[in-house]
Design a protein. Sequence first.
Length: 319
Amino acid sequence: MAASSEQSRIHEAIRSAFPGAVPQKEGVIQSLWAGYGKILRIKLSGCEMDSVVVKQVKPPQQAAGRDIGHDRKVKSYKVEQCFYEQYASKLDPAIARVPRLLASSNKVPGETLFVLEDLDASGFGGRHGSSISVVRWLAGFHKTFLLPPNPSGRAIEADGGGLWNQGGYWHLATRPDELAALAKDDPLRVHAGDFDRLLRGARYQTLLHGDPKMCNFCFSSTKDGPCAAVDFQYTGWGPGILDLTYGFGLSLSSSDSLLDEYFRFLDGGAELEAEWRALIPVAQADWQRFLEGWGGGGGDWRRRSDKFEEALRQVKGSK
């Protein structure tokens, strides 16, 4: 049976990296969020790779400026392509493994194809692993892209270098609808700009993964061994504690042993560690601002924790 035009484009992208490749069996790993494409695993013969993973991004066609959520998703895939093409090669695979980009294509308007290393075939087939492995991965990632300290922090209009100027899919500038869903007198809404300002004002900034939930990590078979990460749509700049706040939730505290392990691996110095530990309540308030506006739960955090009051004290002290 003749290949469809879509299959032909995918096979052509694969052959741009492996001219002799003969695509064999293919299967859908998963669909992308909101029907914006799919991820495939394709078995190969005739080349040095037994299989590859192809991420096909094909958003619904819609004029820009009509739906901020759609525009955010479309930009996120451009960011991911930039990350793989311009930043991923700077990582040491021994400390922060990501799939190798083997080829990419924007040949058809409105469609992006990523041909990626199959992490399962490279020994990272586990979908459940330890928090220690993730913490060490984040530390290695953040260490690689750590910027020199800047007393002024990061300006809201700063160039993101093809990535998000602010990393993390919940950052304030991209979430006006969720902010508007909060009551006008809710302190999370009243001080949303203050929390954002404090995070952008951190002297120490690095590149954030932006969406480090456990399902975006692939694990080796070794207990507490190395892991690899995928999904770099919301990669951008900020204090590293934002990734840990999202990855480990509102229960994270400055005395958590996971943080000790993180800062040990990061080895960024006492000033950085003090700054990022102090920002935990602010980062959590910022995350809670998104969660409550989105309707994602966690609403009792302010009642059962003193960290929200600490975040408000930091806001007051900064003015």
